[in-house]
Design a protein around this ligand. Structure first.
Ligand SMILES: Cc1cc2nc3c(=O)[nH]c(=O)nc-3n(C[C@H](O)[C@H](O)[C@H](O)COP(=O)(O)OP(=O)(O)OC[C@H]3O[C@@H](n4cnc5c(N)ncnc54)[C@H](O)[C@@H]3O)c2cc1C
Length: 410
């Protein structure tokens, strides 16, 4: 490895979240001069409270300068699906560490040189010549680089400039989410919930729940939290708009701050929890002090490289959370890009290689996640509820355990 800044190559990264920090850390350690620009002025808030660590996660973190950290998450022994009476109807062994978005983000942020992380800087324009690329910011400043990386998320400005036709497509459902302190989970349910990555399939929906580290990232028994996602259908033009409208009648485009979600929606969710969910999950929903929801979208790019500009992470592709690979894919995109542009063949040839490698994988991940969520989108009863379909809960939860999105289309 060469020392930071001594290859003479300059990377400008837009977006200081997962993908941007992975790319920044890896390129910095490969000797690039890296500057990272993030629109948000403060520390970022969690984009997904809980995330699964995959076998590939630790080598990726190591490449980003984070040493093997065995306390990264909370271990579970496998996956389990529960019926309405609360009894397990399927189980299989799948040991895994579950961690929190904020834990991974803070490790990546600490590893990146603070002087090169420019918070409160919003990209508005990109221009390029044969030799360099220029980024312009809302404050009027401009910077140049040999490479510009668009790591600016689902509503990427970089993607809008170069591929305006690629826009997020609403899936037809939202994920209601919440976190509960371990101490607030009724004792009778605690051991089961904290040992298994759990699923249940209420009518026209799916709930996924698992333990994650506590608020201060503690992983000791008694200090952890329980994280859940409850996917529920919401038609785009009626129900979603209604969910996004606050008590004063104001419609919030894209997402609504949790404290502004109308009481009537929260009450309905809690009532439905009692009617539709196994008792342990209904309790979790009722113990959650701050319920929130996120509409679920797909983003499927047809091109990742535009001259000296490359897209990575959610700016490139958004696969629905059923596959649980958003952060892993952000890290793998970043590593593949850093390796390709650092090879002897030069930046431009490396960018071509990056696109050839990552475009089919990203498209495959989006398609796989769409298939896992198709029953939510179409509003059908889950195939598992119709025995003649020959699909069991076990089949479904086994598929969600696959992090190998390269081979996920079989
Ligand atoms: C409900 C839900 C559950 C999820 N669960 C999981 C899970 O279990 N496992 C998992 O791996 N992933 C999960 N994800 C996905 C995961 O959160 C994302 O894939 C990941 O955060 C993507 O990181 P990113 O850096 O590409 O984008 P983001 O985290 O969105 O970051 C983009 C950054 O770019 C900045 N930015 C945007 N525009 C500009 C601009 N013009 N100038 C400067 N900066 C800009 C933004 O402020 C932001 O900080 C989940 C997502 C959702 C919605």
């Amino acid at each position: 490895m060469t020392g930071p800044g001594n290859t003479g190559r300059r990377a400008v990264i837009i977006g200081g979240s997962m993908a941007g920090l992975f790319a920044g850390n890896i390129l910095h350690r490969m000797g690039w001069q890296v500057d990272l620009y993030e629109r948000v002025g403060d520390s970022l808030s969690a984009r997904g409270a809980g995330i699964a660590a995959h076998p590939q996660s630790l080598p990726l973190l190591a490449a980003a300068g984070i040493r093997d950290d065995r306390s990264i998450g909370v271990p579970v022994i496998g996956r389990a699906a529960y019926g309405l009476d609360g009894e397990a109807i399927e189980r299989f062994s799948y040991p895994q560490q579950l961690t929190s978005w904020s834990r991974v983000y803070s490790l990546l942020k600490q590893a990146f040189p603070a002087a090169r992380y420019h918070a409160g800087r919003e990209l508005v324009e990109v221009t390029q010549s044969a030799h360099e690329v220029t980024a312009r910011f809302a404050d009027g400043a401009a910077v140049e680089g040999d490479l510009l990386i668009g790591a600016d998320g689902i509503r990427s400005t970089v993607r809008r400039i170069f591929a305006p036709d690629i826009v997020p497509r609403y899936s037809g459902y939202v994920a209601w989410r919440g976190l509960v302190d371990e101490a607030d989970i009724p004792e009778g349910h605690r051991q089961e919930l904290f040992q298994w990555f759990g699923f249940c399939f209420p009518r026209n929906g799916e709930l996924v729940g698992y333990p994650i580290p506590g608020a201060d990232e503690a992983v000791a028994v008694g200090t952890r939290r329980y994280n859940f996602l409850w996917y529920r259908r919401a038609s785009e033009h009626q129900e979603l708009r209604d969910l996004l409208t606050d008590e004063r009648g104001r419609l919030h485009e894209g997402s609504i701050p949790p404290p502004l979600i109308r009481r009537t929606h929260l009450d309905r969710l809690r009532d439905d929890a009692r009617a539709l969910l196994p008792p342990q999950f209904a309790d979790v929903v009722h113990q959650t002090s701050q319920l929130l929801f996120q509409p679920i979208y797909d983003v499927r790019s047809e091109q990742l490289v535009f001259g000296r500009v490359a897209l990575i992470g959610d700016a490139a592709f958004v696969a629905r959370p059923h596959v649980g690979i958003g952060v892993l894919k952000a890290g793998e995109d970043a590593q593949a890009l850093a390796q390709a542009v650092s090879a002897n063949e030069g930046v431009m040839a490396g960018l071509g290689r990056y696109q050839d490698e990552r475009l089919p994988l990203g498209q495959s991940a989006v398609s796989f996640a769409q298939r896992l969520g198709a029953f939510l989108e179409n509003g059908d009863e889950h195939p598992a509820c119709t025995p003649e379909a020959g699909v069991t809960h076990g089949d479904i939860i086994r598929k969600t355990a696959r992090a190998d999105y390269a081979a996920s289309l079989d």
